[in-house]
Design a protein around this ligand. Structure first.
Ligand SMILES: Cc1cc2nc3c(=O)[nH]c(=O)nc-3n(C[C@H](O)[C@H](O)[C@H](O)COP(=O)(O)O)c2cc1C
Ligand code: SF4
Length: 352
């Protein structure tokens, strides 16, 4: 199966094409529970684990390296590679103001904040990072004509609106070690009346590729649209991934309601993407990849796409899954975290 072919991303070899999508857990990343949760997904066979989005600003006042190193080690123990998703701010009404009012000097400060966080992840032994440029967070708001009303070099035409992200990638590339994955997640279509559409996302992806990005992770939407429920068709964002794949040369990840190994295989086989990311399917059954590899797909416990997991973390409670009892043991993780810097704990909030 193509699903189990290796792939080399900037010198980092993944054992297969199955990626664990980033999912906020509301469990402290410094806790043993978080290590257990992520290690189980690695043990289950995912080739690449993307750890949930955390805000790059948190690294300014905290040294997470020791805690993150423990986490990375546990995941890598099972032969998976691990990258950290980094974002800037959570989704608040003030982001548009930030974009409109920030001076060029402040923009450079934000970019360096991301670089410092990425460097810390590198020191912790992570195999790379993913920039969260999707779902309405700061970087995507920068590119969206709906929110970016700047009149200077960072606003107006697409080339100007993408400048912030492109400069970020150039700086990251120049400051990070070789063989460190730089992935960029974007919403191919923001699914908003005045939001970014596919043709503009392709322009962005091409510019990011030229700037040194190693991989494009193709999501879609803002807010609830980003996590399609049972009313949506399987592979709901696969056509976006396909369009992106035809445009760029770097590897493309497809995500969104990829339920079965056969369906995942068809996405790769038809050349729509180079990798498939599974979010909720790996909450429901962390051993999805292993069962697929061993011809036991019929034993996979399937996600119902009920979004109970999402509703739980949206209330700030540790994640649970309607079909997987494993999560009951993580319920207390939020409060039993002796190593966890309090800001990290408090601030790992909903980062979809
Ligand atoms: C509980 C939960 C938390 C999520 N947290 C994040 C996140 O931190 N960053 C992100 O980019 N996407 C996040 N997402 C979106 C997923 O990465 C993924 O794109 C989405 O769930 C669709 O994939 P799936 O159908 O395989 O679950 C989250 C989704 C869920 C269900
Ligand atoms: S809670 Fe529902 S949507 Fe979330 S992973 Fe479990 S079955 Fe899937």
């Amino acid at each position: 199966m193509k699903l189990f072919e290796q792939i080399n991303i900037n010198g980092v070899v993944l054992k297969n094409r199955i990626v664990m999508a980033p999912m906020d857990t509301e469990i402290s990343l410094a806790s043993e529970e978080a290590r257990e949760y992520y290690a189980k997904r690695a043990e289950g066979g995912a080739g690449l684990v993307i750890v949930e989005g955390i805000s790059a600003e948190l690294f300014a006042n905290n040294d997470f390296v020791v805690d993150l190193a423990l986490l990375a080690e546990r995941i890598q123990h099972y032969g998976a590679k691990v990258i950290m998703q980094l974002t800037l701010h959570s989704l608040t009404n003030t982001i548009s103001q930030t974009i409109c009012q920030a001076s060029v000097h402040e923009l450079e400060f934000y970019q360096q904040t991301i670089c410092n966080a990425a460097t810390a992840c590198s020191r912790a032994g992570f195999d790379g990072i993913e920039i969260h440029g999707a779902h309405g967070y700061l970087l995507s708001q920068f590119y969206s004509p709906q929110s970016n009303k700047r009149k200077d070099l960072y606003g107006g035409c697409p080339e100007n609106r993408m400048r912030f992200a492109v400069e970020c990638i150039i700086k990251l590339r120049s400051q990070l070690r070789k063989n460190f994955i730089l992935s960029y997640r974007l919403s191919a279509d923001e699914l908003q009346p005045n939001g970014v559409k596919l043709d503009e996302s392709i322009q962005l992806a091409l510019a990011l590729e030229r700037a040194g990005t190693d991989m494009i992770h193709v999501s879609a939407g803002i807010g609830g649209d980003t996590v399609p429920d049972a009313s949506q068709p399987a592979g709901v964002f696969a056509d976006y991934a396909n369009a992106m794949k035809q445009a760029v040369k770097i590897p493309v990840i497809c995500v969104g309601r990829i339920e079965t190994p056969a369906f995942a295989e068809s996405i790769l086989h038809e050349g729509k993407a180079d990798l498939v990311a599974l979010g909720r399917p790996l909450l429901a059954d962390p051993f999805w990849p292993k069962k697929a590899l061993e011809g036991r797909a019929n034993e996979i416990v399937h996600c119902k796409y009920c979004n109970k997991c999402l509703r739980t973390i949206s209330r700030g409670e540790p994640i649970i899954c309607a079909v997987n009892p494993e999560f009951s043991s993580y319920r207390s993780a939020k409060n039993e975290t002796p190593n966890c810097p309090s800001d990290l704990q408090a601030n790992i909030s909903l980062q979809l």
